[in-house]
Write a protein that binds this ligand. Sequence first.
Ligand code: ZN
Ligand code: CA
Length: 687
Amino acid sequence: MKKITLFFAALLITTMAFGQHKHGNWCITDQITQDLMQNDPDFAQKYQESRNLINETVAAQNKQKKQAITYIIPVVFHVIYNDYRDNISRAQIEDGLRVLNEDFRRMNADTSNTRAIFKGVAADIEVEFRLAKKDPQGNCTDGITRTQSALSINARDNVKGLVSWDNSKYFNIWVVNSINPQGNPGMVLGYAYLPQAGQSGSRDGMVIRHDRVGTIGTSTGEGRTISHESGHYLGLLHPFNGNSCTIGDGVSDTPPVAAANFGCDLTSNSCHNDNPDLPDMIENYMDYADDNCQNIFTLGQKSIMRATLQNSSLRLNLRSTSNLTATGVNSPPPCQPTAIFEAERKVICAGESIDFTDMTEDGDPTIWSWSFPGGSPATSSQPNPTVTYANPGLYDVTLTVGNSAGQDSVTYSKLIYVKGVGSSVHYPNWSESFEGASLPTPDVTVVDGGDGIAFEITPDAASAGSQSLKLNNFTSTVMGEIDEVISPAITTIFTENLSLSFDYAFAARQTSNEDELNVYASLDCGETWILRRFYRGGQLRTGANTTQPYVPAANEWTTQTINFNAYVGPDPLLIKFEFINGGGNNFYLDNINFTGTIGTEEYFSDRLQVFPNPASNRFTIQSEQFELNGSVLTLSDMTGKQILQTTLETNNRSYSVDAAAFGLTPGVYLLTLENEGRIANKKLILE
Ligand code: ZN
Ligand code: CA
């Protein structure tokens, strides 16, 4: 019921209203359109021409009432990642595309949530998005490019200079770590350029946060941001465009909306100039309601999007038969796959499992052949197998993929670090001074963030002995790059006074550098990490700023101590040192000492069972934690007089005692069990 009468005014009003959104502005398509208008004197005219063209086509279409055909749009995802954590999987991208296509085809699972008053205008847009199968040079592609760049953080159009495909042939979607709000309140989830005439080809397309793609992997939502931004890409405006009940989105069947709707307020009715006075259609993908509240595009929005594909000079070619052939989406060419895979975790404890994900590019595999030396299963023909590692070690993984066009194989050497658990080797003490010729793997694990520069042993400097562990952060130029050092699994059961100390040395290049050192603990073998301490800015720096590769002098080391008493327990403890590149110089780590003492009597006693108690004759001693063989069992009476002492010979964790056979008479006894220096006490009553 709303008309865009003067777009210029609409933009101005929208711009002025930014500050009114208490929840922020999670899409900034309005702002970038406003920026264009300020930087391009002809923009308002070009924009109005585009809108007129769309509106004329919509009007003509309504008269003709032709049967619609499904338009197919080739898509390329450019994953611009800062580090491995935002380098999202192919599976996540395919899941994002699934959500997009379901929403556009009204095949989403939540159509039943569309309120009855709006069900009649719900539309199948009859537009389908497909990953490109040929790149601009005609080579095989899986429709995904990957580029590591710090531009991924606080990204804007600057990421488009890294990689961009012809926008007349592909819908470019850049996936980034985060988007620069540039003064807008709150977090920006995505934005897309509207299809106005004269749009720059290198700028056209969508930018979206990695955690808004799909519903799996790093996603924190239901993947609706991509549906919203694709709506903009095909010409849709926000229903609250202009923040006015009279300007609006120019769509005939979306009720007027005075301001963006957040959350999921079904009572929202911000405009009463419509007849009948309908509530705000908060379930529309183009409003700002929560992902799980959105479920509809309307017939009016369908007309605009299809008119865009029929008449916009920017979008016309996308769906053409010749382009579908050129981009390979009509009949995908046979392409030899390039084997790539990812492990969900690279550091685990013995007995744990890892999910492996096929990330093969270029061609779609039809066969998978995995090899997991040291794992179970040792081989697999599944695309995404789960493998268990029983024994500590450092293991290779090989994936071979193939289809009718050929096959490819890749081996990642020493990919999986399996830490030993429950051993007495690190019970509870662990010391490492990096004096060996190589790292004591897998006890000590170093994980490279991806730039090929990892922690390594160096003779250049040491705080103890003659070597230390160095991160050549001077040479690493990837801002935000994360490098890790992970401890062995430390056994902490029955211990106390746990403490970590270590020495480090670091210098910045200049004061503005933002390098960080974080120390974490994990009680689930590295699945989740708890931050124990961080070092930033001047606190991290032990030497003076230098633009030469930093080598610390003897007096430039600092010793740090962290209490770990909260981590006593049956689960193995892992400690992680994480260094984040903030443009500074080299970092050195040395003289790591984790110490504690064994033998908390109360702890032992709590985990020793004696039953039945009182006992008439036979009673059983049972330990939760260890085999009883070699344990010394002592029974004393209440005067402290030793009545019985015997060494147990059993491979079990329980031992049955015949009281009469030992000559024990009814009374109250103190039962003591001693095992490798650990002592437990129990009161025993014989009746
Ligand atoms: Zn938007
Ligand atoms: Ca050393």
